[in-house]
Design a protein around this ligand. Structure first.
Ligand SMILES: *Cc1c(COP(=O)(O)O)cnc(C)c1O
Length: 356
């Protein structure tokens, strides 16, 4: 039976990517070696690094003012690496508190400068994106989490503010076009929308590298990785390779415009059913609904388990909501096909017929 993978992360990857990655583990490009047992300094892997970076540049339309880094430590390490590298002790940075991950970024940043939380939706259990906020005139940057994976909200527009934006894009990276000029830095753990866990993409303006004047361990300096093409030490070769395959797939399908159309269609199909179906309701403000993580609950008590069982027998996996929200979460990242959303909608309809 085909399994429809709605996992929040590590998450679905294109089938063609998985097949090519599997082959590379046996024999990479016909060289007779597995990708997993080759030197990262070999010409074959250097080509992978080069192509990965170039694809990111092409897909986003990055100018030479930006550097692209492939780092370890997950998006969570960027929570501290960002302020450690670009914020001085006596400077102010502004943060928005829109969910668990955003709050994590705030917590870590506090160790490195004056952090002002300019807006929070915590009191509403993070069910919306705050839209009114004032940023200190001397703030260095505004940090936002563009998509809140756990709560299912997304910034539909990158705000127009007087400071550069720093964004955690882990769960909607390359899912829609965005204006890179508004940003100083973007980071994204690969395992939501790009590749396997183990690599984090950091895109930053070269002009901010080395900006903070504190002591920073070598491995935690952006400059170390920028000057060595992300090969100061052994990079996460397999996650980078698989990410490269996904990047090729995105480019081949038509880039961010194509992802945008694809994701909009899937999201509207699913939200339309949630709104139509008397047994379900969405958990977030309609205008802030995420196109990547669709959160909803049952309107009648005691039916969650039954619905989960129906999903299971239809081969639909990964719908259990995050433990802090409950209910259901369908993660419909780039690689998920409309066909899978349609399969989910069919089960929702059958569920309503039987239990409404
Ligand atoms: C999953 C996630 C993280 C944590 O990523 P790790 O790579 O596991 O550290 C951070 N931010 C967002 C928005 C996420 O979805």
């Amino acid at each position: 039976m085909k399994i429809h993978n709605f996992s929040a992360g590590p998450a679905i990857l294109p089938k063609s990517v998985m097949e090519e990655a599997a082959q590379a583990c046996i024999d990479f490009n016909g060289i007779g070696l597995s990708l997993l047992e080759m030197s990262h300094r070999s010409p074959a892997f250097e080509a992978v690094m080069e192509e990965s970076e170039q694809l990111i540049r092409d897909i986003i339309g990055l100018s030479d003012e930006f550097a692209v880094l492939f780092l370890s430590g997950g998006a969570s390490s960027q929570f501290f690496m960002v302020p450690m590298n670009i914020l001085n002790e006596d400077e102010i940075a502004s943060y928005t508190d829109t969910g668990t991950w955003a709050a994590g970024a705030i917590k870590e940043a506090k160790a490195f400068g004056n952090i002002e939380v300019v807006a929070s939706s915590k009191e509403d259990n993070y069910t919306h994106i705050p839209k009114q906020f004032d940023i200190h005139p001397e703030s260095r940057y505004l940090h936002i989490t563009t998509n809140n994976t756990i709560y299912g909200t997304e910034w539909q527009n990158i705000p127009d503010v007087h400071v550069p934006i720093v964004a955690d894009m882990s769960s909607n990276f390359l899912s829609r076009p965005f204006d890179i000029e508004k940003f100083d830095l973007i980071y994204a753990g690969a395992q939501k929308n790009l590749g396997p866990a183990g690599v984090t993409i950091v895109i930053l303006r070269k002009s901010i590298i080395g900006r903070a004047n504190r002591y920073i361990p070598t491995m935690l300096q952006y400059g170390t990785h920028e000057s060595k093409g992300s090969m100061y030490n052994t990079p996460p070769v397999f996650p980078i390779y698989v990410s490269m395959l996904t990047l090729r797939w995105i480019k081949q399908l038509g880039g961010l415009e194509a992802m945008d159309r694809r994701n909009a269609e899937k999201a509207s199909t699913l939200y339309n059913e949630i709104d139509r179906n008397t047994l379900f309701k969405g958990t977030t403000a309609v205008e802030d609904r995420s196109r990547m993580n669709v959160t909803f609950v049952a309107t009648k008590d005691g039916l969650d388990k039954t619905f989960m069982e129906m999903l299971k027998s239809a081969g639909i996996d990964g719908l259990k909501g995050h433990r802090s929200v409950g209910g259901f979460r369908a993660s419909i990242y780039n690689a998920l096909d409309l066909e899978s959303v349609n399969a989910l909608v069919e089960v929702m309809k059958a569920f309503e017929q039987q239990y409404a």
